[in-house]
Design a protein around this ligand. Structure first.
Ligand SMILES: Nc1ncnc2c1ncn2[C@@H]1O[C@H](COP(=O)(O)OP(=O)(O)OP(=O)(O)O)[C@@H](O)[C@H]1O
Ligand code: SF4
Ligand SMILES: [Mg+2]
Length: 391
């Protein structure tokens, strides 16, 4: 079974895409959690999402990738205000959701629905499928009286490929994982949303069922003009479904760009390393090759490195990387990277870009000048001050 790419011609970072008003604008979103040790003693602040900004256009699918703990789910939850971010804006259809409360927020959130990884866990096992699909409509008092709601339930089940005459009266335990995920999708679209946020929505399904569910997402995108924020570990899945891809590293956006250019010409050493960790895919040659795992543990989000958060694992890191936090900058239309020495530039010191790319491909971490001394980064390109902090 093959899947149809969930892509739109206009939404690939080209001029047409740029003229469209975004459906969703995430601006400088920060989400942090205070941790407590035993006895309620303060344990520190988890910097789960730090100053993240991006747009989703109408009808566009934006993929989000990154290692475990990079902040993908926290970002998704911040978008739906569950909980609201500590700072920043989430502008949906022109309204900043962070300024809304109570019924106004509930009404605005109706337009954005989540589909989660665990199809069984997201459905009440005691309820019948028809009641599960009716629940969001009842919660928002839409769908009319009983008769029209019943008709809508059948339409929704039809739309997600479940024969209502067979499945309406069943319970989740009588369905397969893929069928349960279809019910979860029917619930999500029951409220006529404009945006669906899929958080690892197909990760627990086997490959054939994954393909079916992805094709269903694509069909719904076409028929209902939906936009998607598609979060997944699986880089090849994200490549299949996305118009643009955002790469998250330790709570920040490392890179964002049109899917073809990001996969063929990654600009951030972290993106290149992620792509190289996928078996059988070499972004440089397109040839099959052995995966090169990304070496080293990600730093703790409780105490992220100064400057660039990837510097402790980056083969291209220089002293500047410990001193100044890189900001996203555009390198080609719609393709932005947060790196002082992106891969489309000669490697620092060598004058040769291919050598730098080879270092990244080898997965060998280079020695990082200044990595042993924690140095304070100065924002906005101010001359840095070196300050050695206590370990
Ligand atoms: N409620 C919370 N309290 C404290 N820390 C949290 C909370 N929620 C998330 N975190 C932390 O925030 C960071 C980002 O977590 P998040 O779940 O967003 O990562 P993720 O990219 O979705 O990971 P995965 O790919 O494993 O799903 C992690 O370090 C996580 O432990
Ligand atoms: S070169 Fe520097 S800024 Fe770029 S990813 Fe490596 S450490 Fe970060
Ligand atoms: Mg997650």
């Amino acid at each position: 079974m093959t899947t149809t790419p969930m892509t739109t011609a206009a939404a690939n970072g080209g001029p047409a895409a740029r003229q469209q008003a975004p459906l969703l604008s995430v601006r400088n979103v920060v989400q942090e959690f205070e941790t407590r040790r035993a006895g309620g003693i303060k344990g520190g602040i988890v910097h789960a999402v730090s100053n993240v900004s991006f747009d989703v256009l109408p009808g566009e699918t934006v993929g989000v990738v990154g290692e475990t703990g990079s902040g993908k789910s926290t970002l998704a939850r911040s978008v739906i205000q569950a909980p609201p971010p500590k700072s920043g804006q989430v502008i949906f259809e022109g309204v900043d959701l962070c300024t809304l409360k109570g019924s106004k927020l509930k009404q605005a959130r109706r337009q954005m629905q989540m589909v989660y990884q665990d199809p069984f866990g997201s459905l009440n096992p005691r309820w019948r499928i028809e009641d599960l699909v009716a629940e969001p409509m009842l919660g928002y008092r839409i769908g009319g009286g009983r008769e029209s709601r019943d008709k809508r339930i059948s339409e929704l089940l039809d739309l997600v490929g479940l024969d209502p005459s067979i499945y309406r009266r069943r319970r989740p335990i009588e369905l397969s994982g893929g069928q349960c995920q279809r019910v979860a999708i029917a619930r999500a679209i029951a409220l006529n949303p404009a945006l669906i946020i899929c958080d690892e929505a197909v990760s627990s399904l086997d490959v054939l069922i994954q393909a079916q569910v992805l094709n269903l997402f694509e069909k719904l995108r076409r028929e209902l003009n939906l936009s998607y924020l598609f979060i997944a570990h699986d880089l090849s899945l994200v490549k299949q479904v996305s118009d643009r891809v955002a790469v998250m590293h330790l709570g920040q956006l490392a890179e964002i760009g049109p899917v073809e250019s990001l996969y063929a010409r990654p600009l951030h050493p972290y993106t290149a390393a992620l792509l190289n960790s996928v078996p059988g895919f070499d972004p440089q040659t397109g040839q099959a090759r052995k995966p090169v795992p990304l070496k080293g543990e990600p730093p703790s989000p409780l105490d992220p490195p100064s400057g660039c958060r990837f510097r402790t694992r980056c083969p291209r890191a220089q002293e500047t990387c410990a001193l100044v936090e890189p900001r996203l900058r555009e390198r080609s239309p719609g393709h932005e990277v947060a790196c002082h020495f992106p891969l489309d530039e000669p490697a620092p010191g060598s004058g040769e870009a291919p050598a730098a790319a080879a270092a990244v491909l080898s997965g060998e971490p280079a020695s990082v000048p200044g990595a042993d001394a924690d140095r304070a980064a100065k924002p906005d390109g101010q001359p840095p001050t070196l300050t050695r902090t206590a370990p």
